[in-house]
Every structure is written in structure tokens, then in C-alpha cells.
Ligand binder design. Structure first.
Ligand code: BTN
Length: 345
């Protein structure tokens, strides 16, 4: 969804930098992208977007401020040196045609957190399948109150709004299913083998490649809505000092720029497949699959930190609700409901 289309009421209050991507801005990216490396005159852009030439200049200035490299100037026209890897709703809608996620796509060049936006949309009654994407997050949320580093136009920052008929205890399964979908998408596009660390981490070469933050609004026995936020490091070449030893990206591991669009489309298709299967057949398949692809599910020596205690043990599979079982040295088995699990080396 872009500027001139139906705008959710909750969005109206936000400041301009956080506004939903202007339809004209997205149109300009599409127009320049379709003609990449060719100079398009300001007059033609103005005509095609239905705006004045001064507005074209303003839009180009805004695009540049958002990190898109637009070459040229008003007198000669503008061009992109290469196709911008911007996740515009137009490109996504056509690639996702016929899927659950093709209808309501909200794109921000910059917002605080796509999870924050999606939670508001959930409360405002937006439909199942709504997708919120940002090129950049200024306050990306991670698990346990951490922040999620969200550099502009390098990673995938996306949140899905779902309204499944599930009990709240089943929500963690969606996190695991999202992890499997992201893993499959990365494998399909890059061939890289992503490991999953319970409950929500995607790891590559022992470092964090991505994470999932699921939040919900529920009554005691029934979910009203769930949002699944997925962050994936795709084209980052450098991380802030404090993350350098623990984070990686697909570009860092392959030495090649990767298409965020291709990965995101694959991810959303995989997610829909897993989601429908989960709703029709239950959780058994997700648990089985997670146990197959996660080196953390069984036989891994780990340290577990919960709100109440810290202990060491060996992982011993998942429960039917997708909780991690950890065997302690005294033979007792602990079920981790919420906590941090890290490998003991
Ligand atoms: C974690 O591993 O701690 C979870 C990270 C989840 C990050 C994603 S990025 C898109 C969505 N919006 C947010 O604010 N967070 C999630």
C-alpha cells in the first residue's frame, strides 16, 4: 500500500520521515529501475508520475537522502547506475501474486520498528496477511528488550500480521516455522546452510544471521492476532564494533551482493506454505523439521539462562508445544519456556 491508497488511520499521526513510502517516491524508483542506466528527463518523469518538475526534483532529493544513488540533475535528467534493491510494494505484489501476502503491503523507507507498526495495525483491525517492510529501522526490536541493528537497505526487516485460530501456547511454533521458512529461502537462493538456534536465531558460520520476534495480542485461550517480525542480514559489509564478533550477513559469507527481493519473496512463499500446513495439520511437522535442521535441538552442550536460574546441560529435543528440553547432569530434564540458550564450548 502506498501514499494515495487507503492509509490505515494509525499511520496518519506519524512524522514525515516515518511516513509510509510516498506512492510517487515508489513510482520514481520503479520508473528509474525499469530504465536503469538510461537518462530519463525530468519532464518525462513529471509526466509519468503526474507531478510538476519541481516535485520531481524534491522526490529525487528525498530518494538520495534515503540512500538511493540517483545520478544526473534537473537540467539533463536522472538515472540509476544499477537497479536499486528497494523492496517496493509494486515489485513484491507482482512477485507474490495469488499468495496471502500480496494484498496489504506497507513499505517505509524509514520507521522505528516494523513490529511496532504491525502491532498498531493489528489493534486497528488490519487483515491477516498484512506485511510491513522497512528499508531502515531506527529502533528495531530484538528479543528480551534488545535492539536490532537495522542499517538502511542492506537487511530484510519485515513483520507479518496473522490472525490464526490458535491457543496462545502455540505461538512459539510460529517463530520456529518462520525460522524454517527463512532457512529454506536462504538455502534456495544462496545454497548456504543456515542453522537454527531455539527459539528464534538464524546462525551462519556460528554467527547470527537473523532473528525472529513474535508478539501477540490474545485472550486467555485464543489469539486475537500475532505479529511475526523477521530480521535477516543480507548485504551488510560491516557491523558496529560490538556486533562484529557475533553477527554476519549473506554478503559477508558469500563475498557477493544478494538480492533482498528474491530472498524476501521466497521467504514469504515458504512461510505461507508452512503456515497453512500448521493450521491444517497441527504442529508435529514443524517440530520434526526443526529437530532435523537445528544442531541445537538434540545433543548440544548448552548454558541456559532463565529469569530464575542459570545452568548447563545437554539439549534433548522439543516438546509438543515446541519448548526445548535440556537434560542436566543429575539426570533431570528441564523444559525451557523462555530463556537464552548458548553453546557451551
Ligand atoms: C532477535 O533475534 O532478537 C529478534 C530480532 C527480530 C528483528 C526483526 S527486524 C523486523 C522486525 N521489526 C522489529 O522491530 N524487530 C523485528
Amino acid at each position: 500500500m502506498t501514499g494515495a491508497q487507503r492509509r490505515p488511520r494509525v499511520m496518519a499521526k506519524k512524522k514525515s520521515a516515518d511516513e509510509l513510502t510516498d506512492r510517487r517516491l515508489a513510482g520514481l524508483v520503479t520508473l528509474l529501475g525499469e530504465n536503469a542506466t538510461f537518462v530519463i528527463s525530468g519532464a518525462r518523469i513529471a509526466r509519468e508520475l503526474g507531478v510538476s518538475r519541481t516535485t520531481v526534483w524534491r522526490l529525487v532529493t528525498r530518494l538520495r537522502a534515503l540512500g538511493v544513488t540517483v545520478r544526473g540533475r534537473a537540467a539533463t535528467g536522472y538515472f540509476l547506475e544499477s537497479v536499486a534493491d528497494i523492496l517496493t510494494p509494486e515489485a513484491l505484489k507482482s512477485a507474490l501474486k495469488g499468495t496471502l501476502f500480496a494484498k496489504h503491503i506497507l513499505h517505509f523507507f524509514r520507521t522505528d520498528s516494523t513490529n511496532r507498526v504491525a502491532l498498531e495495525l493489528g489493534h486497528a483491525g488490519e487483515p491477516e496477511g498484512t506485511v510491513v517492510i522497512a528499508e531502515e529501522q531506527t529502533a528495531g526490536r530484538g528479543r528480551a528488550g534488545r535492539t536490532w541493528h537495522s542499517e538502511r537497505a542492506t537487511g530484510i526487516y519485515v513483520t507479518l500480521l496473522l490472525r490464526p485460530r490458535l491457543a496462545p501456547v502455540q505461538a512459539p511454533l510460529l517463530t520456529m516455522m518462520a525460522g524454517i521458512a527463512a532457512r529454506n529461502a536462504v538455502a534456495a537462493v544462496t545454497g548456504l546452510p543456515v542453522d537454527l538456534k531455539w527459539p528464534n536465531d538464524l546462525l551462519l558460520a556460528g554467527k547470527k544471521l537473523g532473528g525472529i520476534l513474535t508478539e501477540m495480542h490474545a485472550e486467555p485461550n485464543l489469539v486475537k492476532f500475532i505479529i511475526v517480525g523477521i530480521g535477516l542480514n543480507v548485504n551488510q559489509q560491516q557491523f558496529p564494533t560490538e556486533l562484529r564478533a557475533v553477527a554476519t550477513s549473506l554478503r559477508a559469507e558469500t563475498g557477493k551482493r544478494q538480492s533482498r527481493l528474491e530472498i524476501l519473496v521466497r521467504l514469504l512463499r515458504e512461510f505461507e506454505r508452512g503456515y497453512r500446513e500448521m493450521l491444517s495439520d497441527g504442529s508435529a511437522n514443524i517440530i520434526k523439521r526443526f529437530e532435523e535442521v537445528s544442531s541445537y535441538a538434540r545433543g548440544k552442550k548448552v548454558r541456559v539462562v532463565t529469569g530464575a536460574e542459570t545452568f548447563n546441560g545437554v539439549t534433548a529435543g522439543l516438546t509438543g508445544e515446541g519448548l526445548l528440553r535440556v537434560a542436566r547432569s543429575d539426570g533431570s530434564v528441564f523444559t525451557v519456556i523462555a530463556g537464552d540458550v548458548s553453546e557451551l564450548r
